[in-house]
Design a protein around this ligand. Sequence first.
Ligand SMILES: NC(=O)c1ccc[n+]([C@@H]2O[C@H](COP(=O)([O-])OP(=O)(O)OC[C@H]3O[C@@H](n4cnc5c(N)ncnc54)[C@H](O)[C@@H]3O)[C@@H](O)[C@H]2O)c1
Length: 446
Amino acid sequence: MNSPVAQRFIERVESRTAVIGIVGLGYVGIPLALAALRKGIKVIGFDIDQKRVDDLNAGKCAIKHIPMDLIVEGVRNGHFVATADFDRMSEPDALLIAVPTPLTKHREPDLSYVVKTTEAIAKRLRKDQLIVLESTTYPGTTDEVMRPILEKVTGLKSGEEFFLAFSPEREDPGNPDFGTSTIPKVVGGDGADALAMSVALYSALVVTAVPVSSTATAEAVKLTENIFRAVNIALVNELKVVYEAMGIDVWEVIDAAKTKPFGFMPFYPGPGLGGHCIPIDPFYLTWKAREYDIATRFIELAGEINSRMPYRVVNRLAELLDTQVRKNLSDARILILGIAYKKNIDDMRESPALKLIELIEKRGAHVAFHDPFIPIIPPTREHAELTGRKSVGIGAESLAGFDAVLIATDHDDVDYGTIVTHSKLVIDTRNACARNGVMAANVFKA
Ligand SMILES: NC(=O)c1ccc[n+]([C@@H]2O[C@H](COP(=O)([O-])OP(=O)(O)OC[C@H]3O[C@@H](n4cnc5c(N)ncnc54)[C@H](O)[C@@H]3O)[C@@H](O)[C@H]2O)c1
């Protein structure tokens, strides 16, 4: 039985009179805003980045794959506004938080964005509001970090005077088959009312809300999903090395194995892990596990294997340059194709291509890159020195000027036939040439 407060909230969601606030308008926050607007729910978006706020209100977005028509319409009809004025945080019925959760330089959880956001909310919290953390984090964050701040600053009690929940984001940027609205959302609440309110909210926004027993369980679900990916990618990366030594093509093996209708799920090798999730999130659990004197050896091992991959690719590049074009890596000209962390998106956070550029340049080679999604390298935390470098063209003449082309990310919008025809040597870490039917004697998988 819901309390009258929870019941009123649920009715406001069902009648579409509820307003939601989204804090952090990035890769997760903007699609979430779109999912709400699509269902006729008004959104106030909050961000500390004034330029991002101004751009959104002008119908522009720095993230290429996100369609802006609903935002433009929302700004026009008053259903959407972006703001850096946090005093407006008391207006929405619910505040959903999607701010970054990176690692510190000592590879420990950096909760500073979550803490700052919680403090900002606490100063303006209105009685009966629902606060939901969506940022990926270790089990216990909502209960041990957020709840004490909110209760201390406001003097209000979670579960009675305001409501707190965790619902992990499962965004897969660039995925043509699944978007925010069509992916089920796991929800854990601090108490029965918080759970009922967040299930009602997410049932209105996405295809299904999946309730779990606590916020910590919901936090663990997200980490489990990403650790599952990290470990399986490490496994195929290891298999690639073994099979390569045996003259067996790992991609052919995986394609055949996946015809098994049960008990196998394909994962693919690559030049290393990238993105904001898989290289980072597993270490949130590793860190928290230490509090319980437990070592997460599987996770550490996967991290070790995956982080060795760029080094392996560069060694293979050097070896192939030597044997195929009689060139030392130290005086070679290398073109890296695709520097986004995965295909068909413009996000390059933690991209292994950046590590490849760093490692190849350290060996003395000249490196250029081509990426149809990234004309200029934006500032990144780990490779600030690469900021401002520009994507080069890949016409026949330009390709002939390189000793090798290294395919790091296999965007669809690239003519792989031209690459193979006009390059001396192609090293393919994604099986792109075979998949596009353009394998040739100068193409080597790595
Ligand atoms: N990108 C993905 O595909 C993805 C998928 C699943 C989960 N996640 C998780 O979602 C969370 C957000 O990731 P993202 O990729 O959207 O990040 P992002 O960097 O694209 O966006 C975060 C936004 O938050 C804003 N911000 C930072 N501090 C703020 C503050 N104190 N108040 C208000 N706004 C603030 C930033 O200006 C930025 O616009 C992270 O925890 C991430 O791990 C991301």
